[in-house]
Design a protein around this ligand. Structure first.
Ligand code: UFG
Length: 337
């Protein structure tokens, strides 16, 4: 298939580009580089030995999106592009609704006009709201912040589209906590500001860019009191997208929902200690108060994806830490400008 990857220069998008090429697909990237560096593209080309066509524009621009579909031959779309910072979404809700919903509107309109029927959508465990422990796909969806609501709303919009247009084949992929990096150390997560998420924060402490980790609460109802999450290596996540895409080519279901997680929980302190092993020294941390909006425990029930996609996570927390550390130590300041 020739696959349009929106947000293909971003963290999960770039790893999925590699997985698609390795599986024999052609890739076209669209990215506005609002949260990605153009230098990632050269690294993808070095790793794949292929030219990766990249279109730099904002997908909320319906004319540019339409022009791309009119001038290229696209068989399927994987839609990663979107704003994703929970705290920022509380400050700038209108930006989040406009960007995340608007890009989906443009993409699906262009897909319908040009008879492109396969769409894989980046959703999140955030759609389970405060009920994220052992989540199965049939749980009701809701959100606790505007970012989360954009995911809930986009899922609902896509479900309505699948009813109206039963020729569509849509996958809603609910990610748990993606971490890790490509084993080459040349592709990884490169937050543009202070990292919001745990793994990139630990990595920046280890490389000397941050003084110490702040652990947000050790009084949760969990084995060691710190928050428990289902970390998934970004390469396993990328493989989940390829499996979902290939399933869409053969399924009769207009829309399917799959959790992408390991089913195992790891606490903040367990992840920190695993990272210390990868680095070979202790890392400084202090326990501070809880972060507003955090749940105690989040982990997937991945059995539906395991059974229907023939997919399951392969990589351990140790590999996630080793690969993140290789990326961070080789690229202490992230991608060059
Ligand atoms: N944590 C710290 N210190 C930090 C950062 C995080 O202790 O500096 C803790 C959090 O309190 C939490 C755990 O580490 O217990 C994981 O936090 P992350 O921010 O890495 O991940 P979240 O599970 O909070 O957020 C992720 C995605 C969101 C998504 C959310 C819910 O980043 O996009 O899962 O599914 F909305």
């Amino acid at each position: 298939m020739r696959v349009l990857v929106s947000g293909g220069a971003g963290y999960i998008g770039s790893h999925t580009v590699l997985a698609l090429v390795a599986a024999g697909h052609d890739v076209v990237v669209v990215d506005d580089f609002s949260n990605a560096k153009p230098t990632v593209v050269g690294r993808l080309e070095a790793l794949t030995g292929r030219h990766i066509p990249v279109h730099a524009f904002d997908l909320t621009d319906i004319d540019k999106t339409e022009h791309l579909f009119a001038t290229d031959t696209i068989d399927a779309v994987i839609h990663f592009a979107g704003y994703k910072a929970v705290g920022e979404s509380v400050q700038k809700p209108l930006d989040y609704y406009q960007n995340n919903l608007g890009s989906t509107f443009s993409l699906v309109r262009a897909m319908q006009k040009h008879d492109v029927d396969k769409l894989v959508f980046s959703s999140s465990a955030t759609v389970y709201g405060t009920d994220q422990a052992g989540a199965t796909e049939d749980r009701p969806t809701f959100a606790t912040n505007p970012y989360g609501w954009t995911k809930v709303m986009q899922e609902q919009i896509l479900r309505d589209i699948a009813v109206a247009d039963p020729e569509m084949r849509i996958a809603l992929l609910r990610y748990f906590n993606p971490v890790g990096a490509h084993p080459s150390g040349t592709i990884g997560e490169d937050p543009s500001d202070v990292p919001n998420n745990l793994m990139p924060y630990i990595a920046q402490v280890a490389v000397g860019r941050r003084e110490k980790l702040q652990v947000f609460g050790d009084d949760y109802d969990t084995p060691d009191g710190t928050g428990v999450r289902d970390y998934i290596h970004v390469e396993d996540l990328a493989a989940g997208h390829v499996a979902a895409l290939e399933k869409l080519a053969v399924t009769d279901e207009p829309i399917s929902t799959w959790n992408l997680g390991s089913g195992r929980g790891t606490s903040v302190l367990e992840l920190l200690h695993a990272f210390e092993k990868a680095v070979g020294r202790e890392l400084p941390y202090e326990v501070v108060g809880r972060r507003a909006g955090d749940v105690a425990t989040s982990y997937a029930d991945p059995s539906k994806a395991n059974a229907e996609l023939g997919w399951s996570t392969q990589k351990t927390v140790e590999e996630m830490c080793a690969d993140t550390w290789r990326w961070q130590s080789q690229n202490p300041d992230g991608y060059p400008d």
